[in-house]
Design a binder for this molecule. Structure first.
Ligand code: SAH
Length: 401
């Protein structure tokens, strides 16, 4: 991938919600049709006294037309619309803030959930694809010291529908032609927003199914275009391999040696480099999918030539490629991205071991949309403090923004 082109700044609003983290109301997000498979939706519709084929109609509206609004559902009897939409398409996420850059082709959305939890998603349009980067948890419990989300701790898991809803919202703005480049579709989904996807296993796998099943069951995105990124929760990687899905696994390695990885990715104290990589190779063997090894290059911490050689020797001959990420420093961080010469040498050494390498685009940096920065400068709060400006045009209730 190419290095970032000089970004252009559009509507950039600082995200700073001050104050202590308030207690969120307890309880689960409301049930939504995306939480259920089609059989479950039919049963839910029948419980309302409606013919079960209404489940297909509602599903087509949500997954095919990206709408939740009863007025759009002209194929449903007017008398049933509100009850059906109210029961199966409750408002889950409200767009609180939209930030865009790269001439509008990168757009980050800050979402507020029913309980005030804040999560973010990022849409990135490239000439050949549109990638949605989604959150799987509000916050994260993995405590990686270089990651902004990791500093704040875990608030809660997102429901299946809360995850899917982020992608449907992106699909909606693309279909509407709101992203420069004309009407388009979401082609790729990466679980690289807030959270550790494999720590919210059931809801993430369910979300992958919803995203990839054809309409009306789901959105019809190709499984091969979905990437699940993990710190390396070994048992969950094994479980994912057995799901029969063809999704790409990304492993956030960041160091080839346990001594350093214990500090950069603290869960390494539980599952060490060799065990994580073994799980990755098993995943590759079962699925036939090349594993992506994520490596944030941090100046003078993990970018030494010997570490490149060690990494190269661990990966040589494996079904893997390395995705180098120039570190995106978190506010107040003592760490910075590697020098260009160190980065070039790191790439060269990996390549000399025959390991394919890409350097990740750093899209969205100036809107805190680059990896690890999502919602870090925001805090869950209800109601929002006066310092928060409302979106320019708040979405109509029940409508996807
Ligand atoms: N918890 C998952 C997915 C979320 S983070 C995981 O760790 O894989 C997505 C990727 O961004 C991970 O590879 C993560 O290590 C990386 N990342 C986090 N903070 C970063 C930062 N400040 N600079 C560069 N990459 C970062």
């Amino acid at each position: 991938m190419s290095p970032a082109r000089p970004p252009t700044r559009d509507a950039v609003v600082p995200l700073t919600l001050e104050g202590p983290r308030p207690k969120l109301p307890r309880g689960k997000p409301p049930r939504h049709l995306a939480d259920l498979d089609l059989a479950g939706r039919r049963a839910a519709v029948a419980d309302l006294g409606e013919p079960s084929f209404r489940a297909v109609q509602l599903s087509k509206h949500f997954f095919g037309r990206y709408t939740e609004h009863p007025d759009d559902m002209t194929d449903l009897p007017r008398t049933s619309r509100a009850a059906l939409a109210g029961a199966l398409l409750p408002a889950l996420l409200t767009a609180e803030r939209e930030l865009s850059c790269d001439d509008g082709t990168t757009r980050k959305t800050l979402w507020r959930a029913f309980d005030g939890a804040l999560v973010e998603s990022v849409l990135m349009r490239y000439p050949d694809r549109v990638t949605m980067c989604v959150s799987s948890q509000a916050g994260c419990g993995m405590a990686c010291p270089f990651c902004a989300t990791g500093q704040a701790g875990l608030t809660r898991n997102l429901s299946t529908a809360e995850i899917v809803r982020q992608v449907v919202a992106g699909a909606r703005v693309l279909a509407d032609g709101q992203i420069p480049g004309g009407p388009g579709r979401v082609s790729n989904v990466v679980f690289m927003g807030m959270g550790e996807p494999l720590a919210n296993y059931a809801n993430v796998v369910n979300a992958v199914r919803r995203l990839t099943e054809p309409v009306p069951d789901g959105m019809g995105i190709s499984q091969r275009s979905v990437t699940v990124s993990t710190v390396g929760l070994v048992p969950a990687i094994g479980k994912l391999a057995a799901e029969g899905l063809s999704v790409t696994l990304a492993v956030s390695l960041h160091a080839p040696d346990d001594e350093l990885r214990d500090t950069l990715v603290p869960v390494n104290r539980r599952w060490q480099v060799a065990e994580v990589l073994d799980a990755a190779w098993d995943y590759a063997a079962v699925t036939g999918r090349r594993v992506s090894i994520e490596y944030a290059l941090i100046k003078d911490i993990n970018d030494q030539a010997w570490r490149a050689d060690l990494l190269g020797s661990l990966l040589a001959g494996r079904l893997a490629h390395v995705n180098l990420i120039p570190l995106n420093p978190t506010p107040g961080s003592k760490w910075t991205a590697s020098r260009p010469a160190a980065q070039r040498e790191f790439v060269r050494r990996l390549e000399s071991h025959g390991v394919p390498v890409t350097v990740r685009d750093t899209r969205g940096r100036e809107i805190d949309g680059a990896c690890g920065q999502l919602a870090a400068s925001s805090r869950p709060s209800a109601p929002p403090p006066a310092s928060v400006r409302p979106s320019a045009s708040p979405p109509a209730p029940g409508r996807l923004s």
